[in-house]
Design a protein around this ligand. Structure first.
Ligand code: SF4
Length: 424
């Protein structure tokens, strides 16, 4: 038995649907202890925020997302998702301006009321922290209201469907989980307004900030080697978003769940990623020590990392109990945890990975404007822009598309994907 450094008692607020069951006590072996949350250097975070603000992938990688939505294997599923998700995105868009529906009780802290309501409507986890504006995306700075608190909420993605990753069944489960969360968060916002406070809903579909640092600050988990938040009950099998609010709440604190060091030893997702998109070692990135992924190798084969993670599969308590008594990562090297089937390619057990030709990873990249320019360059190089009326027509089309991309600005994703326009 390894020496236990500390224990973490997982509170009801992190237990999801079974909130009336006893809290779990998770033993963290001394050799897996690092720091609560993650290591960071606030001065460096501040420097990058000021000089190189973050931008949403929906803008920076719009070309890929657009290509995927229009040509992907599950286009029909995605079209249906966008249709069903549209009203939720619309409701979230203007939520920061909606006025409270009651007078607040002066001096009353409403943390427990909001926590109880969040679990009651169906969120699996809820935590409280300061809204960290350093992680707001550049294009969203005008949208985010100056409400000081972030309520971090997560919905659980169904267990059985998730174990079939990579599959259309799992994709559908993920999309349905986003929609479920999108509806629940509107209910929670209404409740906060009924307590007398503002509530701005950050849409699952178009996040306004990098939110994982806030979930880590709220003690809801630590970031795993695949880049997701790993929470004690679901690992990465959840979908996250936040409400920002001026409601008076008490902030939670970051926790050392032992995950920073567990990932250094485990490495199952790193070894099993079909796209070889994950790195073995952490790096310092914008002032935070973390694992970085190679996004363009991740995008075509997303989510195998979720399926093969022992924390997702067995829960953190089971994983830590096993590690404390054996010094081994539960399930590592077994077909049960590491095996997966890829449609058309077959089954891949521990130590086996599919092979793709180089073209598989050569997909559109960059912003909408960049993709338009690349498209024009390709046409010029292949002689499709001759002198005369035909060439003029190509330039006119390019100009119209560029004007639209520039006009849509920060709402480019909503405008293109959800068909929203300025009148709505
Ligand atoms: S599979 Fe292992 S290395 Fe990857 S996130 Fe899960 S615990 Fe960390």
């Amino acid at each position: 038995m390894l020496k236990i450094g500390h224990t973490v008692t997982v509170p009801g607020s992190l237990k999801g649907a079974g909130t009336d069951s006893e809290p779990d006590v998770i033993p963290i072996p001394q050799e897996l202890e690092t720091v609560p949350g993650h290591r960071q250097d606030p001065d460096t975070v501040n420097y990058y925020t000021r000089n190189y603000p973050l931008e949403t992938h929906n803008i920076e990688q719009f070309a890929w997302a657009s290509w995927y939505l229009n040509t992907g294997d599950i286009k029909d599923t995605l079209d249906e998702h966008l249709r069903l998700d549209r009203p939720l995105v619309l409701a979230a868009r203007d939520s920061g301006d909606v006025e409270p529906t009651a007078e607040p009780v002066p001096g009353k802290d409403v943390t427990s009321e909001i926590k109880q309501k969040a679990l009651e409507v169906g969120f699996a986890m809820v935590g409280f922290t300061a809204y960290d504006n350093r992680y707001t995306f550049k294009s969203k700075r005008g949208w985010v209201k100056p409400y000081p608190n972030a309520i971090c909420v997560a919905v659980e993605q169904p267990y059985e469907e998730t174990q079939t990753i990579p599959s259309e069944t799992a994709e559908k489960a993920a999309l349905a989980t986003y929609r479920r969360g999108g509806a629940l968060i509107l209910q929670l916002a209404d409740y906060i307004r009924s307590l007398g406070y503002h509530a701005q809903v950050h849409s699952y579909a178009d996040a306004a900030a990098a939110i994982i640092p806030m979930f880590v600050a709220a003690g809801m988990g630590q970031q795993g080697a695949m880049g997701y938040l790993l929470s004690p009950y679901f690992g990465s099998r959840h979908r996250l978003t936040v409400i920002t609010t001026d409601a008076p709440v008490t902030h939670d604190q970051p926790v050392d769940y032992g995950i920073n060091a567990l990932c250094d030893i485990c490495q199952v997702c790193v070894n099993r990623c079909p796209g070889r998109a994950l790195m073995r070692d952490k790096v310092w990135w914008r002032g935070v020590e973390k694992f970085k992924i190679v996004a363009k190798r991740c995008r075509p084969v997303m989510a195998v990392c979720m399926k093969v993670c022992p924390v997702q599969r067995y829960g953190l308590k089971t994983v830590m109990d096993h590690y404390a008594s054996t010094g081994q990562v539960l399930g590592k090297g077994t077909h049960d945890l590491e095996g997966y089937e890829m449609e058309g390619l077959g089954y891949f057990g521990p130590g086996e990975l599919p092979r793709f030709d180089a073209d598989f990873f050569h997909n559109p990249e960059g912003t909408a404007e960049g993709a338009l320019l690349e498209g024009l360059k390709a046409k010029i190089q292949s002689g499709q822009v001759p002198e005369g009326p035909e060439g003029d027509r190509v330039f006119r089309e390019f100009r119209a598309a560029l004007e639209k991309a520039v006009k849509d600005g920060g709402d480019v994703m909503e405008a293109e994907w959800y068909g929203l326009d300025d009148e709505e």
